[in-house]
Design a protein around this ligand. Structure first.
Ligand code: GUN
Ligand code: ZN
Length: 440
């Protein structure tokens, strides 16, 4: 009788491996690169990532290695700011943020009072993220609690680590999208009880932005954030000059727009602020001191004409940074495309953003911004096995350009500038394949 060992929970992948252990902007030895590498996974967690030669003797002889040689495996991308209900209005032009919200966003979000619509969009949205190699995102639902149930149910079915929350919005928006200070908090608390830490779901308290919340709602949301310190908080700040002027008029005693959130206790670890274009150094200092993080949204900021994020000042103050698409203001689900635009935004203020930094920001940097290092974002042993297989020959041009790259930086730069969803050959979540480009 042939003796076999049960390796049922174990998988092994052979490819080039890349992951980060530090921020390359501030550390010399920031990444691990294994040109011929092996990734060992058991029961949805990383066991080891190292050179093939180092790890090969740990592979049971009867275990089949999945051979992705010629391709690049790295941790799945993390998108720290995106709106699933805005999927259908991506690429809708307007003369700036506020008209864009009125013309497209609010009418499309109205449709999420219908749970069946919410379920259909949530499923499409998650599949699109996975096609682009994004395995974790911080997601806005709508004001309707059922939009959160639809989202988390779709995410749970795919076993994804997702952060999401119901929008809080009790003024300056159409009646059909308004909650009240009390109902918003009551619904949020019920959703926290239902979803936070259920499987891989994490809840984010989600005041849309200060102009659409009353003082009472802001106060109660801040209290909730204190009462549930391990939940997330997400909002928008300092995206557009008209919005900044509006916020300042509504909260005249605040020192700055960011100070409004500070006043209500919302600057804390696990708070994610989208945009942060029109900040000053005192705002940045408060973010760095409190552990609040920035979601930089370049495709959205260019598309809506909002402004250019200042990487140099943010780094000077060591504000936690991450990259985000901000679909539907953003114009692509792809974090590669987002890097491409982030690079150009940095160039416009005379800054060079290396590719290594951008891939860090889209993986470990984002995980750190979300206090999830040790869970996600790198191949440290024990981390959740969310990873992507990138195809450097996905298009004729990408193949031609990467063939002549003579450093890792040059290779990654070509991928960021020329790559998109076509470069994502496969996506894995908790060790399970959730997207395979060539099997569609
Ligand atoms: N500010 C308030 N709401 C929104 C939104 O839905 N998208 C963007 N980009 N900015 C906002
Ligand atoms: Zn947004």
């Amino acid at each position: 009788m042939r003796m076999t060992t049960d390796h049922s929970g174990m998988q092994v992948y052979r490819a080039s491996l890349l992951h980060f252990i530090q921020d390359p902007a501030f550390h010399e030895q920031a990444y691990r690169w294994h040109e011929d590498g092996l990734l060992l996974i058991a029961d949805g967690k990383i066991v080891a990532a190292d050179d093939y030669e180092v790890l090969k003797q740990r592979i049971p002889p009867d275990l089949q290695i999945r051979d992705f040689r010629g391709k690049l495996i790295m941790p799945g991308f993390i998108d720290t700011h995106i709106h699933y209900p805005q999927t259908d209005i991506i690429g809708s032009p307007a003369e700036g943020l506020l008209p864009w919200l009125e013309t497209y966003t609010f009418p499309t979000e109205k449709q999420f009072s219908d749970p069946l619509h919410a379920i259909e969009v949530a499923n499409f949205f998650l599949d699109e993220l996975l096609r682009c190699g994004t395995t974790t995102a911080m997601v806005y639902c709508t004001v309707h609690p059922a939009s959160v149930d639809a989202f988390f149910a779709a995410s749970e079915a795919r076993d994804l680590r997702m952060v999401a929350g119901k929008v809080l919005m009790d003024r300056h928006c159409p009646d059909f999208l308004q909650d009240t200070a009390e109902s918003g908090i009551r619904d949020t608390e019920a959703l926290i009880q239902r979803w936070h830490k259920r499987g891989r779901a994490l809840y984010a308290i989600t005041p849309r932005f200060a102009p659409t919340s009353s003082l009472e709602q802001m106060h109660l949301a801040g209290e909730l954030a204190r009462a549930y310190p391990d939940t997330y908080l997400q909002t928008h700040v300092a995206e557009n000059t008209d919005e900044v002027a509006w916020a300042r008029a509504l909260f005249p005693s605040a020192r700055s727009y960011m100070d409004v959130y500070d006043h209500y206790g919302m600057l804390r670890p696990r708070s994610m602020f989208a945009h942060c274009i029109w900040l000053d150094d005192l705002d940045r200092r408060r973010m760095a001191d409190t552990g609040a993080a920035v979601a930089v949204c370049p495709t959205s900021n260019l598309f809506l004409g909002s402004g250019l994020f200042n990487f140099e000042r943010a780094d000077a103050m060591q504000v936690p940074l991450s990259l985000a698409t901000d679909v539907g203001g953003g114009t692509s689900f792809s974090m590669l495309h987002t890097m491409n635009e982030a690079y150009k935004v940095a160039r416009m203020s005379g800054t060079h953003l290396p590719a290594l930094r951008m891939f860090y920001l889209a993986t470990l940097g984002a995980a750190r911004s979300m206090q999830l290092e040790g869970t996600l974002g790198s191949f440290s042993s024990g981390n959740e096995a969310d990873f992507i297989v990138l195809d450097l020959q996905a298009t004729p041009l990408l193949a031609r350009r990467t063939a002549r790259a003579d450093s890792l930086e040059e290779l990654l730069f070509a991928l960021a500038i020329l790559g998109d969803d076509r470069a994502v050959a496969a996506t894995y979540a908790a060790g399970r394949c959730v997207h395979s480009r060539d099997e569609e």
